[in-house]
Design a protein around this ligand. Sequence first.
Ligand code: ATP
Ligand code: MG
Length: 320
Amino acid sequence: MTAAKPKVVVIGSVCVDMAIRCQEFPAGSEVVFGSGFSCTPAGSGLNQAIQAALCGCEVYLVAKVGKDHFGQMIKSNLADFGVNCDFVFEAEAKNTGAAVSFVNSTGANRTIVSEGANRALCPGDIKGAEFEKLISSANVCLINGQLPHDFVCSAIRAGKLSRTKVILDPALSGEQFQRQSGQLPMDYYTADILVPNFAEAAELSSSAQNHNIHNAKLIGSDLIARGVGCVVITLGRRGALVINKDDARHIPPFEVKFVDHTACGDAFDGALAASCAVGDEIKKAVKFASAAGALACSKFGSQESLPKKEEIIELLQTLP
Ligand SMILES: Nc1ncnc2c1ncn2[C@@H]1O[C@H](COP(=O)(O)OP(=O)(O)OP(=O)(O)O)[C@@H](O)[C@H]1O
Ligand SMILES: [Mg+2]
């Protein structure tokens, strides 16, 4: 008999990423000719679900696409990695989320995002016996805050009610930063593990501070005092911090040859969820996640840069 795989429910955004290369960006209403068009499935929810699947988990993604070709493309991509799409809903009269970028000869880019169906996720989507059955049978529920706030709050509540470990990446956008400044819904502070980067952590604790490890520890302690179970603050190439009631520990970054930052936060989150789902204690899980984040930085691209479990283990073995 084979042992059951750890089960992870990822709740997050999906989109298609379209990019076209050009020599120079068009000026005004000018038309320029480009080359190398690409169109690939992306989005934090998609990347995180794939990362958790690459780490050996049974993964369900909760997301929303449009009733269009791109929605099918996203589902088929997820299925290739064994991610279950039963809860990838289809929105009426909304396009699948899309990001359209122009990349010039210096590598600079200009991007426009249409969130489309992602904005149509609503609390009603996760009401009902089927979703309750799913979430209560999962070891971990990983939620990405880039979705409508009322939906994110319902998802957190559903996880808490079913006693499933809730990991929340607040993933605040610049617009939310200004609009909500330190006033996010109370549900955010009930997460078992909150995983902001430094800027998001500062925003959630409403204390804008200089970006250094000492201040990150203070912000983490403030978030713990507000009710969060454990705070993991990611610090990019400076590693990560784990803060709980009793202590704060810096987890140094893994040394890798840096190529591209795309998807490294998603690799970190997906691997963190996978490690927590097998019952690893938090510092061990953050080391595993840090190795995944570092490996994603060492390769170009989005989902192509997400590492396999064996690669993560190999990098972990370089630790003294
Ligand atoms: N240059 C790097 N070298 C090694 N490890 C890195 C590097 N950049 C990131 N990491 C690892 O990945 C983790 C997540 O990175 P980061 O803090 O940049 O996330 P983020 O800001 O949420 O990213 P994103 O914009 O993708 O959401 C870090 O805590 C670290 O462990
Ligand atoms: Mg992030």
